[in-house]
Ligand binder design. Structure first.
Ligand SMILES: Nc1ncnc2c1ncn2[C@@H]1O[C@H](COP(=O)(O)OP(=O)(O)O)[C@@H](O)[C@H]1O
Ligand SMILES: O=C(O)C1=C[C@@H](OP(=O)(O)O)[C@@H](O)[C@H](O)C1
Ligand SMILES: [Mg+2]
Length: 174
């Protein structure tokens, strides 16, 4: 949350001239409503199932012989926490972990807490909630990611994207 997955993912895709897919946008399109409303009307479990279904479909694209489409995917912060998603994410492609210190996350999402249902009920102390989520999630992120990038030093998503593209090119991953 607020580490820049959506904005930087979009900028990386633009920089590489490939498609960008944001799992949250895909789910919003399916439900025809925004994330807070999906959580409120259908519950988190329905959201998580849709999230898993989006990943499953991404592993089932095209015929086995066809080259996989080149695209950049931005997930939600909770996506890797469902056990079944771990293998799906590995199968889909290169995994980059975008991180940021709590203060940066708070600064980026602070004005918009209501858009993030996992923070919306913690308006009195969002910092503590972010710390708790990070502590729960970081071991999973660490076990999955081939590359970790702290996005806080960058002035913009575009700058962060340029840095990530050059790292991936250096590693000959793209
Ligand atoms: N250096 C930066 N890197 C990434 N995002 C940034 C940066 N500076 C400001 N932002 C802003 O932070 C906000 C949260 O980013 P977002 O992409 O929605 O994160 P996430 O998808 O991880 O929740 C966006 O409005 C984005 O433009
Ligand atoms: O951390 C989470 O569990 C969530 C993060 C959100 O995405 P971002 O990480 O892009 O904000 C979105 O998927 C949903 O609100 C749940
Ligand atoms: Mg996002």
């Amino acid at each position: 949350m607020g580490t820049g997955k959506s904005a930087i993912g979009r900028a990386i895709a633009r920089g590489l001239s490939v498609r960008h897919l944001d799992t949250d946008c895909e789910i919003e399109r399916r439900f025809q409503m925004d994330i807070p409303r999906i959580f409120a009307e259908h519950g988190e479990a329905a959201f998580r199932s849709a999230e898993q279904d989006v990943l499953r479909r991404l592993t089932q694209r095209g015929s086995p012989a066809a080259a996989p489409p080149r695209l950049v995917i931005s997930t939600g912060g909770g996506t890797p926490m469902r056990e079944e998603n771990v293998e799906l994410l590995r199968e889909i492609g290169q995994i980059v972990w975008l991180s940021a210190p709590i203060a940066t996350v708070l600064q980026r999402v602070g004005r918009n807490l209501k858009q993030r249902p996992l923070l919306a009920g913690h308006q009195d102390n969002p910092q503590q909630r972010i710390r708790q989520l990070m502590a729960e999630r970081e071991p999973r992120y660490a076990s999955l990611a081939e590359l970790r990038v702290d996005t806080s030093p960058f002035a913009s998503p575009k700058d962060a994207a340029a840095h990530i593209i050059s790292l991936l090119q250096q590693n000959e991953d793209i």
